[in-house]
Design a protein around this ligand. Sequence first.
Ligand code: AMP
Length: 283
Amino acid sequence: MIVVADIPALHESLLPLPRPLCLVPTMGALHAGHLALIHAARQHVGPHGTVAVSIFVNPIQFDRKDDLERYPRPLELDLAACRAAGADLVFTPDPTLMYASDHSVTISENRLSSTLCGAARPGHFTGVCTVVMKLFLLFRADSAVFGKKDFQQLAIIRRMVRDLNVPVEIIGHATIREPDGLAMSSRNVRLSAVHRAEAPSIYRALCTAAALLNMGERSAKPIIAMAQSHLIALSSFRIDYLALVDAETLEEVPLIHKPAILAVAGFYADVRLIDHIDLRPVS
Ligand code: AMP
């Protein structure tokens, strides 16, 4: 496995590597969710293609300085995990290499970004789109894998690729969860023991609410109310948003007649967690 930290070395290392190339962009602190993406990338390109991983804590997508500073960065463990998962190349740039001190060009998506995490975290998705586009160009990626856990991010990247004719195939991968149901996240390690023990209840609340749909409920209000009653019963979870949105437009819907998503974001102390559940109406 090749590890490169600067851009000329990346270009040189990519030259002899076989195509197609599938990229897995990450911010490191890798867990089984990221590794599932790397395996999916391998599946996609086959044994003779190239699987590339980027590990870069992208400063311009953080709306809070303390979150950026406290983001875990266990680089040696991450490299060992990438090697074990079968990655061919890992790119670990320093922020100063990715952004000139006077950088002034960004990519903004202006519709899907206006709700949910976009509304709660100003500038976040502009930071995401900008770094993802830079990585696509740096790697000349043929395809890239993203987790459905960050479904808004995935929808925005698909929109960017569509609207700017970016020649990269986008692959979405299912959310990987801990055995107790908590969605895996690099931020989970920052939860206190008490909060970690309670956090699986977030997904349980979403599942309980989603069960109403299977019992014939089509109206958003009682489904949201059910999730909310479970979430506010948690001792220390502070809800940032709880919304039922169309799976494609991400707009809030009063009635579920096509695929929708029940999404939640919130805090345990200063640790922000997100999760969601797909709501598929049965006809
Ligand atoms: P991050 O390192 O948090 O920026 O995530 C890098 C990629 O891994 C993104 O495409 C995420 O959606 C994906 N990812 C993070 N957590 C999970 C998970 N639990 N299951 C599946 N994919 C995930």
